[in-house]
Design a protein around this ligand. Structure first.
Ligand code: NAD
Length: 482
């Protein structure tokens, strides 16, 4: 773990093994942190807070740029370490590490440019202004599917805004996070950045409940988000929650089949479908449904499954066996209720190790099936035809989630109906899953609250204080006696 500027075992006595999902081999281990380790990390972050919040923003920016530079010096090592513990192909981790580095620079500059607000006063002698202040110690709880990127989207704005942090990485992918923090943040004042590894219940919950932790920035499943919200409620903590999704893609009647099928394959199968904004249900205009299905099946069948470390691998394994079983159960449920498997629908025979699952296309699906309503988080593409566009929008909105939604179409009238009618925090037209540093990212409905990225993602880490200052100090006519 990394507490108060030091690598430490803390009070842990056991380790948790980390597996390579492509080979099932143990590639390392991390300490199974305890509630006492959380206490120590929070105490360090708490005592570092006053110094860090008073550090001029320009100096904070300098330290953050230096962290980004150290990451760039170690870029390839971070990429390989991520592929070994998370399984994505190297090319996808190249992008993740690049995003991590750039996010550090982006928020370093945003912090430098932070500005307050002066308000029109109620009287000439008064001065009214708004201050933005950091919350204090922020607990950052991170999932396994983008261990560094989703950390950076919290850590960078939190630090730029003057907060100190305690990071709780996923127990499945703690190794690269530890490498990153030990290597890139060792020039920060001790206690500003801390990492406690371990299980959600043993380290995540104590972090959420700790009275000195003022804000929790969490990305993960809906169930864990609900648990965290219930634990944080008695203390009215600031919550920033990025939860699950069931993102739809609508294929307009005017698409070029080649473009639309490639876009869909990418958005559904990136990281073996283990992306919060993966396309998980697809509505295809019925005029092109048969040709679309055929073209998609041919393309998806050509994708190369393999170990993420091998050049040429396009789709890696799933993270663990129990995530693959959930996918298998959803496919079985769909087939039992009338769906047909067009491609895939099974484990690949060529690997005797690793949590691989073939990219799968399902047809004859409907909204009574789990695969169309529950989060899948795997490489499944269920296709459903629609007749008119209002029906497509209705289907897209028929979900408890509202994270992202994509449309493939160049018809401006359809595009407008789509972005006005669909309830989702991100709308992608003709380019699914593409993020933008300045573009706020987050969910509507049960996909969460708050936004990451952009100025909105910075403001989350600041609280607002209004100062009303009367410079005359005279008795007012509106005071007693009336
Ligand atoms: P998860 O909820 O199981 O775990 C996320 C983190 O929470 C881990 O660090 C875990 O140890 C910790 N945790 C677990 N139980 C906890 C508890 N009781 N108290 C505090 N912390 C606890 O999620 P996961 O399997 O790691 O990630 C996959 C999920 O994350 C999917 O549902 C996916 O949609 C979601 N996700 C959302 C976004 C987004 O931006 N909205 C991005 C990526 C992933």
């Amino acid at each position: 773990m990394y507490i108060n500027g030091k690598v430490t075992q803390g009070k842990a006595s056991e380790k948790i093994d980390v597996l390579n999902p492509a080979t099932e081999e143990v590639i390392g281990s991390a300490w199974r942190g305890t509630p006492q380790d959380v206490d120590a990390a929070v105490a360090a972050a708490h005592s570092a807070f006053d110094g860090w919040r008073k550090t001029p923003a320009n100096q904070r920016a300098g330290l953050m740029h230096r962290a980004a530079a150290k990451m760039r010096d170690n870029h390839r090592a971070l990429v390989e370490s991520l592929t070994l513990e998370e399984g994505k192909p190297l090319v996808e981790h190249e992008e993740e590490v690049w995003w991590t580095e750039e996010t550090m620079d982006y928020y370093a500059e945003l912090g430098r440019h932070q500005r307050g607000l002066v308000l029109p006063p109620g009287d000439a002698a008064q001065f009214n202004f708004v201050l933005e202040e950091p919350w204090g110690v922020v607990g950052c709880i991170i999932p396994w599917n983008y261990p560094l990127l989703l950390l950076a989207w919290k850590l960078a704005p939190a630090l730029a805004a003057g907060n100190t942090v305690v990071i709780k990485p996923s127990e499945f992918t703690p190794l690269t996070t530890l490498k990153l923090v030990e290597m890139a943040f060792d020039h920060f004042p001790p206690g500003v950045v801390n990492v406690v590894t371990g299980l959600g219940v043993e380290t995540g919950e104590p972090l959420v409940k700790h009275p000195d932790v003022k804000m929790i920035a969490f990305t993960g499943s809906l169930a864990t988000g609900q648990r965290i919200a219930s634990l944080a409620a008695p203390m009215m903590k600031k919550l920033h929650l990025e939860l699950g999704g069931k993102d739809p893609m609508v294929i307009g009647p005017d698409v070029e089949l080649k473009v639309a099928t490639r876009a869909l394959a990418y958005s559904a199968l990136l990281n073996a479908g283990q992306v919060c904004t993966s396309t998980e249900r697809v509505y295809v205009h019925d005029s092109l449904y048969p040709q679309f299905t055929e073209e998609l099946a041919e393309f998806v069948s050509s994708l190369r499954l393999g170990n993420g470390m091998d050049a040429g691998t396009e789709i890696g394994p799933m993270l663990r066996g129990h995530f693959r079983e959930k996918v298998e159960n959803q496919v079985a449920d769909a087939v039992k209720n009338g769906a047909k498997v067009v491609v895939g629908g099974e484990r690949p025979a060529e690997f005797d190790k690793g949590f691989f699952y073939k990219p799968t296309i399902l047809v004859d699906v409907n909204h009574s099936m789990k695969v169309m309503t529950e989060e899948t988080f795997g490489p499944i593409i269920p296709l459903m035809p629609y007749k008119d566009f209002d029906e497509a929008i209705w289907l897209a909105n028929d979900s408890q989630y509202g994270l992202g939604a994509s449309l493939m179409s160049n018809d401006a009238k359809l595009v407008k109906r789509f972005f006005e009618g669909v309830q989702a925090g991100s709308i992608w037209i003709n380019d699914p899953l593409t993020d933008n540093f300045a573009g706020p990212f987050g969910g509507m409905k049960m996909s969460g609250q708050g936004r990451e990225l952009g100025e909105a993602g910075y403001q989350e880490f600041l609280q607002i204080k209004h100062v009303h200052w009367d410079m005359e100090a005279e008795i007012k006519e509106y005071w007693y006696p009336y």
